[in-house]
Design a protein around this ligand. Sequence first.
Ligand code: ZN
Length: 135
Amino acid sequence: MANWDKFCDTVSNTANKAAAKAGELTDVMKLKYKLHQTKTELRETYEKIGRLTYDQLHFGHDRAVEIDKLLPEVGKLRDRIRRLGAAIAKEDNAVYCANCGTKLESDMSYCPGCGQKQTRPETAETTEPVSADEV
Ligand SMILES: [Zn+2]
């Protein structure tokens, strides 16, 4: 249970810092929570498809109709993950994978979440730094 308590402390410390930042992090946290939920939903959908595919190939039961119903669901969920990832990246200065929403370190060429190659636009060093208040 010690790890759980530590986790809760970290979360509450983060939340306190967020409150100091005029509550802007609460929106990011909501988005991140939604992203986590959507990723779980996507994984469950893949698992369902896997079970149906196994049932079809291994036992010869016709699961084509059920599988066909789940495939567009995968597309919808992946699209939602992309949109949430983009929304989070907009809220947060950190870089997130556009494909799966995983947070990326600046030296990562490939996403640790989905393996997507990361292309970084060259940031011009000459541009004026924008202060947080202007955003
Ligand atoms: Zn990714």
